[in-house]
Design a protein around this ligand. Structure first.
Ligand code: PEP
Ligand code: MG
Length: 325
């Protein structure tokens, strides 16, 4: 850790003009939680749980998952952890589930779309999360939601699992917040309805970029088209954040975009409540943030949204950086 940045470890993220912006970490294993907090994370904005299912011969038991979540809670103390239910399938195969390979895995059978067939697997995970929620601040987040039907189905499932825990007198957080990943473009147009049903959102910019621009995130032939600085994408983000805040809900962003230092002024301009990123980027982000003014960032964002090409946006950011230095 750089000495100049270490001073930010216990300081919450905020801009030069005092606007708070929670700086959170992405993790995929409970042991990474401690590292994240040592690197200045204010919370865990994304616990990718699919790794707990991969590279093994059978599914983890409820107790195993419960212990895993408790381990992360211990590192978090009273800080929040957003646990994302498993994003398995498509390009993330799990041998023992025998999901056939597909021509179009990113448009296929993955994440929330497999939960009905693998209902026990999903319910076991929900039970483990709920049981662990008795010991710390947890939130549940569902990946790849693309319709209201899916949200309503998830809520029914959550109600069933909560009731069975009550019947068994097993404690859990009755008010555990439920959120969704915003990573499928259809959701951008029903944010008003979503806000009536769920508590929070986090933008998965990796997938939202690939779906909004119709560019496979793993296909090298089209990487030049995979650009989150595309003005159309920035306008999409602006629409989302404005809508969510209009309806009084909370929104973070947990894709790779959140850890790009050069893009930080735009994210500040957009007005997110939280940025979640890999641990090595936490302190440098807090340090950069401290030098930015929210009002300057908003002006910059408006200019970026009026650019016609990604390259123009890149030049704009480079110029902004030079003026800041
Ligand atoms: C995303 O899509 O931006 C995201 C955070 O999820 P993942 O990269 O795990 O698909
Ligand atoms: Mg995703």
């Amino acid at each position: 850790l750089k000495d100049k940045e270490k001073i930010f470890i216990d300081i919450p993220g905020s801009t030069a003009d005092g606007i708070k912006l929670e700086i959170a970490a992405n993790i995929a294993h409970p042991l990474e939680a401690q590292t994240a907090f040592d690197h200045g994370a204010e919370s865990i904005g994304l616990f990718r749980t699919e790794m707990l299912y991969m590279d093994r011969h059978c599914e983890p038991s409820e107790d195993e998952l419960y212990n895993t979540f408790c381990q992360a809670i211990e590192a978090a103390k009273q800080r929040t952890i957003i646990i994302r239910t498993f994003d398995i399938g498509g390009d993330k195969p799990v041998n023992y589930l025998n999901i056939p390979s597909e021509n179009n895995p990113f448009l296929g059978y993955r994440a929330v779309r497999i939960y009905q067939e693998f209902l026990t697997l999903f319910r076991t995970q929900l039970r483990a999360i709920l049981r662990a929620s008795a010991h710390g601040k947890l939130k549940i987040m569902i990946p790849m939601i693309s319709s209201m039907e899916e949200i309503l189905w998830i809520k029914e499932e959550l109600t069933i699992i909560k009731q069975s825990l009550r019947n068994e007198k097993i404690p859990f957080d009755e008010k555990i917040p439920l959120g969704i990943m915003l990573e499928v473009p259809s959701m951008m147009f029903i944010i008003d309805q979503c806000c009536e049903e769920i508590d929070f959102f986090s933008i998965g910019s990796n997938d939202l970029t690939q779906y909004l621009l119709a560019v496979d995130r793993d296909n090298e032939k089209v990487t030049k088209h995979y650009n989150s600085l595309n003005p159309a994408f920035l306008r999409g983000l602006d629409h989302i954040v404005k809508e969510v805040h209009h309806y009084g809900k909370w929104i973070g962003i947990c894709g790779e975009l959140a850890s790009k230092g050069s893009v930080l002024p735009l994210l500040v301009g957009l007005g997110f409540d939280e940025l979640s990123m890999s641990s090595p980027n936490l302190l440098s982000t807090k340090a950069r943030l401290k030098k930015l003014n929210r009002s300057d960032c908003r002006i910059l964002l408006n200019k970026a949204m009026n650019c016609r090409t990604s390259l123009e946006v890149e030049h704009l950011l480079a110029q902004f950086r030079m003026e800041q230095a």
